[in-house]
Design a protein around this ligand. Structure first.
Ligand code: N2P
Length: 363
């Protein structure tokens, strides 16, 4: 379990002060549309990636390194807030980060991202228009969609017998100490808001108080908080039901027929996680080469094979099996998606969201 000591807002403020005075040392751009061509990085053969855990397979990193001669270092985080805290503390010197939609929005507002040269990323054409040009980054000037996905409920039918439709079926007294949830304050608060019919971005003080009332009952029932690998507690029988990332649910469904998945009836989060380049990145051309690389259909398919989220790459989807495409935790239906919400940057309220969950977790 991770303890968050820095909120989204304070991390952004620290990042604005610490991070971005330096001019980026962009490698000279190579005028090529060849997806496998290395970046022309005469002075640098390095790429430093800071990404979510269990999201970019090592085989994909190794293949990029082998094809380009670029040495790649990878570090992982378990939440957007953890990533921002590290950047804000001056750690890293990363060339690529992997923020969710509301964090792209916040980083763009604070002028903390490097614009992306679309001429270096011809494989952008493979992406579904559904995931491009969204309000958090109009024109995708600063972000390239990596994976989308949802948060849903997965349960072990050998241990949970009743029908599960929504959050109210998970957080019931009889499920005490049988529940795993994501260790992510913004997610947890969104479930409580949705249970009250409140849209996930309406985080006024009054609505957060309503969420507090709900979570004061829910969180004492939770046994495990885990954003890295919530499937583990379900697989080893430590818990019976969870609210987890879609890709984690999809792996469980593939693993054992005893697991079942539901998109919460109250509504849920549709996340869009993108690749972005911090403003002070040293290896911009290499970062753009990596973005173009992962958008190749065969590479993107490898990512889906390992981490079965909602792949926004339509050419890659053509390479997936019917079974992969039919996994309800990987690919929600259009009808389900229509009921989901993306998160927006909520400014100063983000600290209150973190504090709310932290205070209830420690009780
Ligand atoms: C991958 C985590 C998914 C991130 N392990 C959800 N925003």
């Amino acid at each position: 379990m991770k303890t968050k000591t820095t909120t989204l807002l304070s991390a952004l403020a620290a990042l604005a002060v610490a991070g971005c005075g330096k001019a980026p040392e962009t490698a000279p751009a190579e005028n090529t549309t060849q997806p496998q061509a290395p970046a022309a990085a005469a002075e640098s053969k390095q790429l430093s990636i800071y990404c979510w855990s269990e999201y970019i397979p090592q085989s994909v990193i190794d293949e990029f390194a082998a094809r380009t001669g670029i040495k790649v270092s990878v570090e992982n985080y378990a939440s957007n807030e953890e990533m921002l805290a590290k950047l804000g503390a001056g750690g890293g010197n990363y060339d690529i980060i992997q923020p969710s939609e509301y964090v792209v929005e916040a980083l763009v507002k604070e002028n903390l991202l490097h614009p992306i040269d679309h001429s270096k990323i011809p494989n952008l054409k493979n992406l579904s228009p559904q995931f491009l040009n969204l309000p958090f980054d109009p024109g995708n000037k600063f972000s390239v969609p990596f994976m989308a996905g949802t948060v849903g409920i997965v349960w072990n039918t050998e241990l949970i017998t009743g029908d599960i439709k929504g959050f109210s079926d998970v957080f019931k007294p009889e499920n005490k100490d049988k529940i795993v949830v994501l260790d992510d304050a913004r997610e947890i608060v969104s479930w409580a808001l949705l249970s009250q019919g409140i849209p996930v971005n309406d985080v006024s003080d009054g609505n957060l108080e309503k969420a507090r009332g709900v979570l004061a009952n829910w969180l004492p029932l939770v046994k495990v908080y885990d954003s890295d690998s919530p499937k583990t507690a379900l697989l080893n029988g430590d818990v019976a039901i969870g609210v987890v990332w879609g890709g984690e649910g999809a792996i469980l469904l593939n693993e054992d027929k005893k697991f079942r998945w539901a998109v919460p009836a109250e509504g849920t989060h549709l996340f869009i996680d993108s690749l972005a380049i911090p403003k002070d990145a040293k290896n911009v051309a290499n970062a753009e080469a990596f973005m173009n690389f992962i958008l190749q259909p065969e590479i993107s398919k490898q990512i889906s094979d390992a981490f079965p989220y909602t792949n926004p790459n339509l050419e890659a989807r053509k390479l997936l099996t019917a079974e992969q495409l039919a996994n309800p935790a990987s690919f929600p239906t259009d009808e389900e998606i229509a009921k989901m919400e993306t998160f927006k940057d909520v400014g100063a309220q983000s600290s209150k969201i973190d504090e709310l969950v932290t205070s209830l977790k420690v009780q």
